[in-house]
Design a protein around this ligand. Structure first.
Ligand code: FES
Length: 107
């Protein structure tokens, strides 16, 4: 008999799509969305890469992310409006991200 108190195991990876260009890559649950993008050759604006400068701030159109700690770089109100920090956010579902300034470093 299954124990309903045990949360389901996280997926081994999630698909991330960057709009409006439609680039798609895979993100592991233990890596940031930015790390996954860079590994796939998709460049997103960034600077500090630790959640403080907000250079990477962009909108999450679909999906769920989590942060390893309660990051100060994005307020609860901004999160509610869909803003997130890809340099520290980790995917918890497939994601659709609005980042018109993204570019592809390697096709
Ligand atoms: S790169 Fe500085 S907050 Fe993301």
């Amino acid at each position: 008999m299954a124990n309903s108190c045990i949360p389901p195991a996280p997926a081994s990876s999630y698909q991330v799509r960057i709009e409006p260009d439609g680039w798609v890559f895979v993100a592991a649950p233990n890596q940031s969305v930015l790390q996954a993008a860079l590994a796939a050759g998709v460049e997103l604006d960034s600077s500090c890469r630790n959640g403080t400068c907000r250079a990477c701030l962009c909108r999450l159109l679909e999906g769920t992310v989590s942060y390893p700690i309660d990051w100060p770089g994005v307020s609860a109100e901004e999160r509610a409006d869909g803003w997130f920090l890809p340099c520290v956010a980790q995917a918890r579902s497939d994601l659709v991200v609005d980042q018109p300034m993204a570019w592809q470093a390697k096709p």
